[in-house]
Design a protein around this ligand. Structure first.
Ligand code: WTA
Length: 642
């Protein structure tokens, strides 16, 4: 690993330098409650909280609450509070799939559109605490649909447009959604995505939805169901542009976002209002430090936590201008990002390492043909960034003149936890550097020993922070089991990590059965259950293999029923099975038919061996004496090469 150090460029302007960061850290350590309450005061509260955190990670008194006596409305914090001073400032810049297909929405327009959605929800009987699903492209109406949930106190659950109808149905059922907001079609990289048709299929599988709101994106033909489906364009003008905000308790749920874990179905990660809002607003300010002059572009989709916290809530609470990009990095060409940065005057650009790796292989010319002079800060998120990609980002995209923030966090953490504060911390390519103020990481070994100094271990957090998830929707026990039992009294992140002699953190990736494909979390168990749904499959095991662009890819071992034999046609069918159950993002890179899987005598699959075989190793499998049938290993090696 590279240990190069890049000092903060001398002319980088920031409100937080090393001294200010020291002061924040000191305050967080010595007057913890005062420190957190001060962060909460960034928000407009209907009733200001007097209490900061009230939490325990221990089984006996387990629970996580923040600012619990406070009351607020998050849409008010994103919109109403800006109207007097920034009503005409651009809140969102929509940049469509085709370059220059751009729309600018001011804070006032976004406020009015949000109120219209809120009024429609109320007309349709959506009440405080009800669930609304959002399955949309990256259009400003999607942000308005989210903010309108916050306005009426409904809980949104945004589902990424790349998930299949079956996945949508599973989520509708799990959270018992009442209403869905969707669009006719999505449009990405010149291809259409049949969003409304997918919703229809999902509802056919799970008929509990009362109303479907369809926003026009492409104008493509869609079927409308009488009495259930509503075209946004038919009702929009009839809806009032004012809507009374519900006053919410700080601990009322704001949203559910489904994410994959090591076992079972995706979990509904629940975030609540006051703590999440405080954390999204605070981290946006500390890490990106956007001022009124900035144009902030986070390329994530709102179907992921990054889109929630840093396309919608963080920027809007801070009164910034946020770009909503409805395209892909390589369309119409590999210079799309930089052409768009120049055209829109983007000052802060935040993307995923996988996107950088896919652009890097196109060479420097697509970057250098654009000026990029407006950019003053770059960021990455979603997976470890390899030092080569970091250096390319630094040298070619940033011309060696702008800091890079490598931000480590998770759906569960609500916002960034480990990242450089860009004016205050020197950078090391590949390291997310140090925890933000108030964040207390620990490295722990398999024997539950907390490790000190320069070392490697499993990454845990010993203290809660306001943006921490509060529960798994409908299954509080699973929440506790998943995150707090591996290391009692600590939150376990699922990531492995190294800490160097300077106290810098280097996240090495998941240590559980979660695969990070192009920054998207995929649970091995989900893919396996999709594969075994095929009638010819007896058993399946899925592991991660390294991939130059995606970071990791999915390698699947499939055992067929006795007497069946594998073929390319069957591989296609299995691939289709995964697309149908989950979505294209989970499709295996490779499927190997295996007569049997390496199991211990107690029946546990030894994934360590499967990983090595998938990576092309032919020996050095370590101790295989615990296998029920050690000859399986040779069969696997032979099968990989065939
Ligand atoms: C990984 C995305 C290394 C990590 C915000 C984590 C990272 C998982 C980084 C969460 C980073 C995210 N460096 N690894 N800067 N950021 N990860 O829930 O394994 O989609 O546990 O949240 O992504 O993915 P999630």
């Amino acid at each position: 690993m590279s240990e190069a150090v890049h000092p903060v460029p001398a002319d980088f302007e920031s409100r937080i330098g090393p001294a200010e960061l020291d002061a924040l850290n000191h305050r967080a350590d010595t007057d913890t409650d005062g420190f957190w309450l001060e962060q909460a005061r960034r928000l407009d509260w209907a009733k200001a909280p007097t209490r900061a955190g009230n939490w325990s990670f221990h089984e006996a008194d387990f629970g996580i609450r923040w600012f619990e006596d406070g009351q607020l409305n998050l849409s008010v914090n994103c919109l109403d509070r800006h109207l007097a001073e920034r009503g005409d400032k651009v809140a969102l810049i929509f940049e469509g799939d085709e370059p220059g297909h751009t729309q600018r929405w001011t804070y006032r327009q976004l406020y009015e559109e949000t109120c219209r959605f809120a009024n429609l929800y109320r007309q349709k009987g959506v009440k405080r605490g009800d669930r609304v699903m959002i399955y949309m492209p990256m259009i400003p109406e999607a942000a308005a649909a989210m903010l309108a949930c916050a306005r009426v106190g409904a809980i949104h659950s945004v589902v990424f447009g790349g998930f299949s109808p079956e996945s949508v149905a599973g989520r509708i059922e799990d959270c018992d959604a009442k209403l869905i907001v969707t669009a006719d079609e999505g449009c990405r990289g010149g291809k259409r995505i049949p969003l409304k048709a997918n919703v229809d299929k999902a509802i056919a599988l799970c008929p509990r939805i009362d109303a479907v709101v369809v926003v026009t994106r492409t104008g493509g033909e869609v079927a409308m169901v009488e009495g259930r489906d509503i075209r946004w364009s038919d009702v929009r003008d009839t809806l009032p542009t004012e809507a009374e905000p519900e006053v919410m308790d700080a601990e009322d749920p704001l949203f559910i976002l489904y994410t994959s874990g090591s076992t079972g179905k995706p979990k509904g990660v629940v975030h609540t209002t006051g703590g999440y809002a405080t954390w999204a607003a605070t981290t946006f300010d500390w890490v990106f430090g956007a001022t009124d002059r900035d144009i902030f572009w986070c390329t994530a989709d709102i179907g992921w936590i990054t889109g929630h916290s840093y396309v919608v809530y963080g920027p809007l609470m801070n009164g910034a201008t946020s770009v909503m990009f409805d395209g892909i990095p390589t369309y119409p060409g590999p210079d799309r990002f930089w052409e768009t940065c120049d055209r829109l005057g983007v000052t802060i650009f935040y993307t995923a390492p996988t996107a950088l790796r896919s652009l890097m292989r196109e060479g420097d010319a697509p970057v250098t043909k654009h000026r990029r002079s407006s950019i003053r800060l770059l960021g990455t998120v979603g997976e470890p960034i390899n030092p080569e990609a970091w250096e390319w980002y630094w040298r070619v995209v940033g011309d060696g003149r702008v800091p890079i923030v490598d931000t480590w966090w998770q759906t569960e953490t609500g916002g960034i936890l480990i990242s450089p504060v860009p004016g205050a911390i020197d950078m090391k390519p590949g390291s997310a550097t140090k925890p933000l103020p108030g964040i207390k990481p620990l490295l722990v070994d398999a024997n539950h020993q907390v490790l000190e100094g320069a070392t490697s271990g499993n990454l845990c957090l010993s203290h809660s922070w306001p943006g921490q998830m509060r529960t798994v929707w409908g299954d509080h026990e699973r929440f506790f089991q998943t995150y707090f039992t591996a290391y009692p009294g600590l939150y376990f992140t699922g990531d492995g990590c190294r800490r160097d002699e300077d106290g810098y953190y280097w996240i090495t990736g998941r240590v559980d059965d979660v695969i990070n494909v192009s920054g998207h979390r995929i649970g091995t168990a989900e893919v396996e259950s999709a594969l075994v749904a095929h009638p010819l499959v007896a058993e399946a095991a899925v592991v991660a293999i390294p991939h130059d662009i995606k970071g990791q890819a999915i390698y699947a071992y499939v055992t067929l029923n006795a007497g069946e034999s594998g073929s390319d046609e069957l591989r296609k069918q299995l691939n289709q099975e995964v697309r149908q159950h989950i979505g294209a993002l989970a499709a295996p890179e490779r499927i190997q038919f295996a007569p049997s899987l390496p199991k211990t005598r107690s029946g546990k699959i030894m994934r360590r061996i499967l990983r090595k075989v998938a990576e092309g190793e032919t020996g050095g499998f370590g101790d295989v004496s615990t296998l029920a049938d050690p000859s399986v290993v040779d069969q696997l090696v032979a099968g990989r090469n065939s």
